[in-house]
Design a binder for this molecule. Sequence first.
Ligand code: NAP
Length: 324
Amino acid sequence: MKAAVCERYGPPEVVQIREVPTPVPADGEVLVEAFATTVNSGDARVRALRVPRGLRLPMRLKLGVTKPKQPIFGFEMAGRVEAVGEAVTRFQPGDRVVASRGFDFGCHAEYITVAEEGAIAKIPEDLSYEDAVAVCFGGATALNFFRVGNLAAGETVLINGASGAVGTMSVQIAKDIGAEVTAVCSGANADVVKGLGADHVVDYTTEDFTRNGQRYDVVMDNHGNAPYARIKGSLKPGGRFLMIIGDLWQMVAATWQKATISGGDNKTAISADSYRDLMSLAERGALKPVIDSVLPFADIAEAHRRVDSDHKVGSVVLTFGQDG
Ligand SMILES: NC(=O)c1ccc[n+]([C@@H]2O[C@H](COP(=O)([O-])OP(=O)(O)OC[C@H]3O[C@@H](n4cnc5c(N)ncnc54)[C@H](OP(=O)(O)O)[C@@H]3O)[C@@H](O)[C@H]2O)c1
């Protein structure tokens, strides 16, 4: 099969399409043929080893000291079950699914295997592979942080970095929960986030939301330029700060800042339950995919370049050439 292989850290060109062995499903595993995948901010971070301050060494130790231990990136994919291992009962060949191997990556390939009990869920009939995969990365992140942060109906939430993959899904999920949403993005993307349901928009190029006197029950930072020290004056008493991205010192400080939530258990965030919830939100129209661009799998380096821009709108999707 073809896979995008990255044998050293570096610019988008280090990602090369190669022929590699097709995986074989073990007992309890499902083999899925990919129809669509994404290049997300996590893939681009790992490729470039572009990590927040203080985290370079821990990341090298986790991901590979001199080169990536897992050379095939890709966090999620949508495709069709090709075969199942013995003992698999919940899936059968032909099922349309979204799937992830979490931080084992491997989804930038024509086939992946995933445990039946892992992060895999059926795609509703009316949802295309591209649309299904586009909601996964941002949607799973938003669901996880809003759950851990107990975002509730009637509360106010400010979402910084509202037009990216995590932001666009967060705006919609917060609205579905019943919160009042303030979205922070560039003016160019104001109409996008309003179209997703944002009640108020702050254009960060002309206004600093930390200095306008407004306070919120929840502040979510999807960009990394709004740490707790900067936003604490924007929280109501009892307010929560969802730190989607932070450096080592901010992570250490989070352990004694009562208001800061730095994520939950990754196994809960990227799970069958979470993917099933996302698919049902999409099925009932509460979660619309936001797709920046769709490129053929062969153009994966171009997709990485777009993600590196820091200004994509929603998800960058790659397709594998089938009609679906
Ligand atoms: N902790 C976790 O579990 C977790 C999970 C997923 C992602 N993440 C992290 O979350 C971050 C966001 O991921 P993503 O995939 O949503 O990224 P993304 O799609 O690349 O989105 C980046 C967004 O940031 C906005 N932005 C750029 N400059 C800004 C500024 N000065 N102020 C406010 N917003 C600004 C951009 O909006 P404009 O184009 O309108 O400027 C863009 O929409 C990444 O750092 C990623 O690594 C963490």
